[in-house]
Design a binder for this molecule. Structure first.
Ligand code: B12
Length: 509
């Protein structure tokens, strides 16, 4: 038996989100008879003291660090925050302190933020071991090796080695089957962040031109089993966690599997208060799916629509067009589902005019809310990342790309030069005008009530902490001034009331 400490490096407190990876890794380790302790640095105000306190008691054989985000992917942060919206400085300080507690040979790092540039981060943090993609199999093998007094350098997994640095690759390995939701204080996160989380699949088989998930998590949808997903949901409900956001790359993929999950939920007859909030793509989506979502108690879906211009959709490597965008919105409304479209502007070839047309097009579809982003994070392994690398061979500062420090460790953004920065933020706000009621937009500094940014958002502080709201953050946008709800939707109460753990009144019929 090895003693393993799992550390959450994420110190973002608004919104507070549970380090789900720790429940998964902890479950895998415990299943293999290892002992797990958790050091969750997101929960207190003084990470340095929390580290000292933890290691005064624990003497682990192995320490696993989870690095979820490396930056906030919000372009206005780039110019307006000293750290460009990067979380890497905080992580580096924590890792320096941890190295005073455990030998670097016993530290392993993973997580989706880390996995976007694994070798670069290992070198930057001067760590030896990292895992790209799902880490549940590999961390168990590491704990086994520690137990046997072995070397962590020679594990039987695909790996990339550069000198002292080894990145193991978990992207094609099986994901954990039985996940115990007990290592993270999920109930605390629900209380302060208003959402639980649930993974039904890992990775993504699509190749959107800017998205790091296929590269960082795996280029296929690795599915859980329906009964394992239900067993996790049972645990969350048992804890009194009634608002759960899907933690998949896309919940509606693979489509038939997603339908099977929804049928599983319907058959389970969960309490009526249970609301599963889903992250989806506009396609695949059909009438049967909309009906299943509604019956399974999904109050709303957040769609990664990106654009409505056919040429831009093609450039972004999207597989749907305007017809599907209109249809998915119609179906959601027909079945009483709130619907959010996320739009992403500034990809090569985009223009402010195309952006304005896309906003008008979508407003005509009458969704609940639209979220607008201008400027794309540039990440390795993506079409945009490759373009950056190629153009940098020809010139040191290719047009449209923004970066200050070492690319990929620190943020790189792209915005088509036809968007004038920062003037475009004011132009967009003026264009949107009174329609701001249902459109979240990018602007500086990023913490305002109508900004499309979650980190340190004043709106979230108010709605989550003062008003105790629960559920998807976008859903509450239109009620940010205490308004009366969202016209045309079913009256599923989404408010601050949390039913006590285990209270199972009001079963679905
Ligand atoms: C759901 C979600 C949200 C929800 C979370 C709600 C909740 N209560 O959980 C909301 C909407 C709140 C959100 C917010 C943000 N998010 Co978000 N989010 C996601 C999403 C879709 C799922 C996250 C998740 O839980 N996955 C499931 C867990 C289990 O997977 P995992 O963490 O990757 O863990 C596995 C492996 O990475 C590995 N692993 C992890 N840790 C470790 C450690 C060790 C030692 C080892 C060996 C392995 C290992 O094993 C794990 C198990 O298989 C991801 C994309 C994705 N598909 O993962 C984006 C994602 C993580 N989010 C992202 C971002 C940018 C943000 C925000 C910063 C956005 C913003 N500006 O506000 C905020 C940050 C908020 C915060 N407090 O930190 C980016 C991060 C990109 C980056 N390069 O840093 C992602 C990748 C989306 C994207 N495509 O860009 N998010």
């Amino acid at each position: 038996m090895a003693d393993v400490t799992l550390v959450n490096l994420n110190v973002v407190q608004v919104p507070a989100i549970g380090p789900y990876a720790i429940d998964i890794l902890g479950s895998a380790l415990e299943e293999h008879q290892h002992r797990v302790a958790v050091l969750d640095l997101s929960r207190g105000d003084d990470p340095a003291k929390a580290i000292d306190d933890h290691f005064a008691v624990e003497k682990p054989d192995l320490v696993g660090l989870t690095m979820r985000n490396n930056f906030d992917l919000y372009f206005p942060s780039f110019a307006n925050h000293d750290r460009q919206g990067s979380f890497v400085h905080d992580h580096a300080a924590i890792i320096r302190q941890l190295k005073g507690k455990v030998s670097a040979d016993r530290l392993v790092i993973g997580g989706v933020g880390f996995s976007t540039a694994p070798m670069e981060f290992l070198r930057y943090f001067a760590l030896h071991y990292g895992v790209r993609g799902p880490g549940e199999r590999i961390i168990v093998a590491m704990a086994d090796a520690c137990d046997a007094g072995g070397d962590l350098r020679e594990l039987p997994f695909p790996s990339l080695q550069r000198g002292a640095h080894v990145v193991y690759d978990g992207r094609k390995l099986e994901i954990q089957r039985r996940v115990q939701r007990k290592f993270v204080d999920n109930r605390w996160y629900y209380e302060y962040g208003g959402l639980g989380n649930l993974r039904t699949s890992n990775g993504c088989g699509m190749r959107c031109a800017y998205c790091a998930e296929p590269f960082a998590k795996g280029a296929r949808f690795a599915r859980s089993r329906v009964d394992d997903v239900m067993a996790e949901l049972d645990q969350l409900v048992e804890m009194g966690i009634y608002d759960v956001l899907t933690a998949d790359s896309e919940f509606n993929m693979p489509f038939s599997y997603s339908k099977a999950i929804l049928r599983g939920i319907i058959e389970r007859r969960y309490p009526k208060q249970l609301r599963l909030w889903a992250y989806c793509q506009p396609s695949p989506f059909d009438e049967e799916y909309a009906a299943l979502l509604a019956e399974a108690g999904v109050p709303g879906v957040n769609l990664g629509t990106d654009h409505t211009d056919p040429e831009m959709l093609r450039r972004l490597h999207k597989w749907y067009g305007q017809k599907e965008i209109v249809e998915v919105t119609r179906l959601c409304r027909k079945y009483g589902l709130a619907v959010m479209h996320e739009l992403l502007f500034g990809y090569p070839g985009d223009t402010p005019e195309k952006m304005y047309r896309a906003i008008d097009f979508l407003l005509d579809c009458d969704p609940t809310v639209i979220g607008v982003t201008i400027g794309l994070g540039v990440l390795q392994g993506t079409a945009l990342g490759e373009r950056f690398t190629e153009e940098r061979k020809l010139q040191s500062r290719p047009p449209g790309f923004y970066f200050k420090d070492t690319p990929f460790i620190f943020p790189v953004y792209y915005v088509d030069p036809s968007f004038k920065i920062p003037e475009i933020y004011g132009d967009l706000a003026r264009y949107v005008g009174e329609r701001i009621d249902r459109i979240m937009i990018p602007r500086t500094p990023g913490s305002g009530d109508t900004d499309n940014q979650l980190v340190n958002s004043e709106r979230l502080k108010k709605q989550l902490q003062k008003e105790g709201k629960k559920g998807a953050y976008w859903y509450h946008y239109r009620k940010r001034d205490g308004g009366e709800g969202v016209a045309g939707e079913r009256p599923a109460a989404v408010n601050g009331s949390v039913v006590a753990a285990g209270e199972r009144q009001g079963e679905r019929p």
